[in-house]
Every structure is written in C-alpha cells, then in structure tokens.
Design a protein around this ligand. Structure first.
Ligand code: GRF
Length: 375
C-alpha cells in the first residue's frame, strides 16, 4: 500500500467487512456522516468524541453532488477525494466511505454500524426520519454529541469573504472569565464542569474570594484555576475602594472579558463598573425583580408563593437590578424549607449560568437580549 492508498476512501463492501471483523471480536463500529468540507477544530474534536464511543470510527462522506444538493451550487470547496484523504489522515478516523444520496440511509442499511454519532441540535426524535428508521432496523445505538461553538465551514467562508468582520474569528477564542465568590462554590464547580464537557467554550483565568478558607477557593485550586484571596477591608459587607482598584488591575492583567459573580457577598463599586461596564454577570436565587437582596429564598417561602426560580442578570450599581439575561422557574413544594428549596434552585442555576455564558458573544452582538425564560 503506498502513502495515498492508505488514505483512499473505502468501498461500501470494505466498510461492511470492517464492521463484521469488529463484530466478530466483540467490538463496536461507530458511524457518523457529513460534508466535512473545510476541516476545522470543531470537526476534529467532534470526530474524536465519536471515536471514543466505540472501537473504530467510520465516516460517511457526502459526495460532491450531494453536498451541492444540500448546501447550494458554490459548495463543496474541496473535491470529495481530497476531503476523504484529509479525513482519513485524522487519528480518530479509521475509514471513510463516500456516499451519493443526500442522506446516509442506504449506507446505514448496508453497514449496520453499532453506534451512530450525530452532532448539533438534534435529538434522536428529530433525526431525518429515513436515517432514523435505518438505524432502528439495524439496532444501532444513537448518540448525540455537542458541537464545538463558533466553528463551522460557513463561518470560515464568511471570514474569508469579509476579513474585516472579525466576529467569526473572535468566536474561536475561549471566553476569558473571572469568577468571584464567597461561599460553597457550587456555581464555580458547574462552570468548571461545563468547560470540561465542552458545553461552555471558555477559560476561567482567575477566581477571587473575599473569604480566605472558602470552599470556593478550594474548588478553584483543585481545578487548577488561578485563585486568589482578596482582602476586602474590615467591614463585613463593604468592599474597600482601594481593594476594588486592586481587583481591577488583577482582572486587567489576566485579560478578563467577563466577570461572573457566583455568590459574591460584597458590593462592587465604580472602579469595577467603570472598567467592566456591561460585562459583569450575577446569578440570583429568585425570579427578579422579585426578592432582591441576600434573603431571596427565605422571602419567597415566607410570601407563600407557589414558584420561584433563579435569574442571570447584568450587574449595575443598583443591587440585583441590571438587565435580565435568562431565568429558570422552580416550583415551591409543600414541606419545602429554605435548604431544600435553595438546593432545587441551585440545580437550575448550575444549568442556566453556563448556558448564558455559552451564548455571551451572540448576546453581545445583539446588544444583550433576554436569552430565554425557561422552565
Ligand atoms: C447562589 O444560590 C446564588 O444564586 C447566590 O449565591 C449562591 C451561591 O452559591 N447569589 P454557590 O457558592 O455557587 O454554591
């Protein structure tokens, strides 16, 4: 086999033989399909995740004619044989089969993979019905993988065609976050996990706490996040102006884009607002504007409400009053006390905060709008 042959596409028969061989060894063949026109980091990470679902990865590659049908006359940019060669050279990919229909239904019927990986906003229910039926016939397990935000061939083409528009390029850089907290740090942990699982494309470049021995600082340090104690001064709630200037200079040094307040119990003042206007986010345990302040969970219970929730909002000098970015509702159940209710609210917080930050750059482009009040 010469160099080119080892990266040549497989025939359907060869792909089927690969499946049979693995099956005989009690191993699993993973299958995915797509156009893979201008390969980018999003493709590479997606394919790596797909490969980890089994023992070998086969990629069904749309032929040039089928890409034209799917994406229009100007696509693909690269010829099918070249696309197959580049894909085959990836460590995660064990074989590539070119197919000529818009959908991979026939290929799935012929190969009967053990696992089918699909990326993006799909659910098993919203897959193409033909492909879904073929997967069901073959008894194939369906796995939906999250796409890497900001990476797409369309984005690359936009950037080439309009180089002065840097927004697509910006999206390829992780969002640089600083997280400030005083307490348990469960929201910090949720952010760290969302970044690890790639649901949030960001980097926590600094964590600060006004409480020296807080769980917040421990969690940050255990995760390898640069974490520092801030000396806020002597007052229990206030935050010395001098200390705020010091914080700003540390945030600037770390090239922070967004400050996230996750249970930070000190009041920020103009040094921070002036430097980070519109770039400070807070998570609050109520459906704002209801129950501002530090006793929001207790206040909702005491009012006898049947539901409360949490809010992610921009921080302004007036406490808990900046523009609402997203909310999640939480029912108040009979027998709830402050601890049980707060725990259920926090489950929603841990979902909502990473979700808002994941769409931060789109929010910025739209001059900040409500993401989605969600239940
Ligand atoms: C959260 O409930 C948040 O809404 C409030 O402070 C709490 C912080 O919790 N602002 P944790 O420290 O992230 O666990």
């Amino acid at each position: 086999m010469d160099f080119l042959d080892c990266f040549a596409p497989l025939t359907v028969e060869e792909a089927r033989a690969l499946r049979e061989k693995l099956h005989g060894q009690g191993k699993k063949l993973v299958f995915t399909n797509g156009c893979f026109d201008l390969l980018h980091a999003g493709h590479v990470r997606y394919l790596q995740q797909a490969r980890e679902l089994g023992d070998a990865l086969l990629v069904g590659l749309n032929s040039d004619a089928s890409v034209r049908e799917l994406k229009g006359p100007t696509r693909p940019v690269n010829h099918e044989v070249d696309r197959a060669e580049v894909l085959s050279a990836l460590r995660a990919v064990d074989g590539v089969v070119i197919f000529h229909d818009k959908r991979a239904t026939g290929l799935i019927d012929a190969i009967q993979p053990h696992v089918y990986a699909k990326g993006g906003d799909y659910t098993p229910e919203s897959l193409d019905p033909g492909e879904r039926a073929a997967l069901d016939r073959a008894g194939t397990e369906i796995q939906i993988l999250s796409l890497v935000p900001g990476r797409s061939t369309t984005r690359i083409l936009q950037r080439v065609q309009a180089p002065q528009d840097t927004s697509a390029f910006e999206e390829q850089r992780p969002l640089r976050l600083a997280v400030l907290g005083s307490g348990k740090g469960s929201n910090l942990r949720a952010l760290i996990q969302a970044i690890e699982s790639k649901a949030l494309f960001a980097q926590i470049v600094a964590a600060f706490s006004d409480v020296e021995n807080s769980a917040f600082l421990r969690i940050a340090r255990e995760a390898g996040v640069p974490a520092q104690h801030l000396n806020p001064g002597d007052h229990p709630r206030r935050f010395d102006l001098e200390a705020q200037h010091e914080l700003v200079s540390r945030l600037r040094e770390a090239e922070v884009e967004v400050i996230v307040l996750a249970g930070f119990m000190r009041i920020l003042k103009s040094p921070v607002f002036d430097a980070f206007e519109g770039r400070i986010v807070n998570i609050h345990p109520s459906l704002l504007p209801d129950y501002k302040g530090a006793t929001a969970v207790r206040d909702a219970l005491a009012a006898g409400d049947s539901e409360t929730g949490c809010t992610v909002h921009l921080v302004t000098p007036e406490i808990d009053s900046g523009r609402i970015l997203a909310q999640a509702r939480v029912p108040i159940l009979p027998g709830d006390d402050e601890a049980s209710l707060h725990a259920r609210i926090q489950e929603q917080e841990h979902r909502l905060l990473p979700q808002v930050l994941a769409s931060w750059r789109q929010l910025q482009l739209n001059e900040i709008a409500v993401v989605s009040p969600c239940g």
